[in-house]
Design a protein around this ligand. Structure first.
Ligand code: DGY
Length: 323
């Protein structure tokens, strides 16, 4: 009998085609995540589960899944999964590293540039007709922002995505500092980035981009104290996980001018709405689209399929993160 896999959302067809050769498939077709009670009920019958970051895989879910042997996460981050509990039960957990690195680094840079050059504010000004109404065609002081050349980018976390962002920064003529739990001497040399302690990074950077996973240690890693250490011209970019930044503290920092702006792709809860934050002109916002390119999402589908197929063949999945 073929193993059964439950896939909690539609994923690109290339992955589905590969998985179908080895598994009986059920795909949750709704745009929204399956309701918790439905997932808890459904999971009883399945050998494999494909999750997104919207599915909380905890003790309760694992207890409801007596046949579950592999969780293939359709993402590189897996803070939604209690890996320790899965490991205790001998359940494999896999993720999709590498294939979304460039897409996410591109978006971090897009947010950085869009915030620095006030692109959304400027777009609104043109689109709303206010520019025409103003009668001011070109003005030396209109929409002044910050340039990148010669500025310092501070990268928090020099993993794959952090390194890809650092390489882009070098292309813009920026100096790169980084802080990371463990020093990455090889990458540091290759990119030409300087390792500094966290406080120095906060104090010296004109731009700060976050590239660490969300863990108990990184939760609210950027709060009031850290924002107060940053330069008044600093721009903070977050494409990692929303809860790494204390949103209340960030709103205060942006309103009171402790920092100049923020580019945010991720939020403490998703979907998110915050009237106060969203009314600020010095923020650029996106709905968690770091990996949203055709190439990255197809790559993620391929890796999910490769992990499931390896498991079905009795092999170790290539992107196993536990055991
Ligand atoms: C991830 O992979 O962790 C992203 O947040 C979604 O692609």
């Amino acid at each position: 009998m073929r193993p059964k896999v439950f896939i909690t959302r539609e994923i690109p067809e290339n992955g589905i085609k590969m998985i179908k050769k080895f598994y009986e498939i059920e795909v949750w077709k709704d745009q929204k995540a399956p309701p918790r009670d439905v997932l808890l009920e459904k999971i009883r019958d399945f050998d494999a589960l494909v999750t997104l970051l919207t599915e909380k895989v905890d003790k309760e879910l694992l207890d409801s899944a007596p046949n579950l042997k592999i969780i293939a996460q359709y993402a590189v981050g897996y803070d939604n999964i209690d890996v320790e509990e899965a490991t205790k039960r001998g359940v494999y957990v896999t993720n999709t590293p590498g294939v979304l690195t460039d897409a996410t680094a591109d978006l971090a840079f897009t947010l950085l540039l869009a915030t620095a050059r006030r692109l959304i504010e400027a777009d609104q000004f043109v689109r709303s007709g206010e520019w025409k109404k103003s009668g001011v065609g070109w003005h030396p002081l209109m929409f002044l922002g910050y340039g990148l050349k010669g500025k310092t980018l501070g990268i928090i976390g020099l993993g794959r995505i952090g390194q890809a962002v650092a390489k882009r920064a070098k292309g813009f003529g920026m100096k790169v500092l980084y802080y990371s739990r463990t020093r990455k001497t090889e990458a540091e040399k290759e990119i030409g980035a300087d390792y500094v302690d966290f406080e120095t990074l906060l104090k010296k950077s004109d731009f700060i981009s976050i590239h660490v996973p969300l863990t108990k240690k990184t939760y609210h890693m950027i709060g009031e104290k850290e924002l107060q250490l940053m330069k008044p011209n600093a721009i903070l970019v977050n494409t990692a996980r929303g809860a790494i930044v204390d949103t209340k503290a960030l709103v205060k920092a942006l309103k009171e001018g402790w920092i100049a702006g923020a580019g945010l792709d991720v939020f403490e809860e998703e979907p998110y709405y915050d009237r106060e934050l969203f009314s600020l002109k010095n923020v650029v916002l996106a709905p968690h689209i770091g990996s949203a390119t055709h190439e990255a999402r197809e790559g993620m589908a391929r890796l999910v399929a490769e992990n499931l197929i390896a498991f079905a063949r009795g092999e170790i999945p290539p992107n196993l993160i536990n055991m």
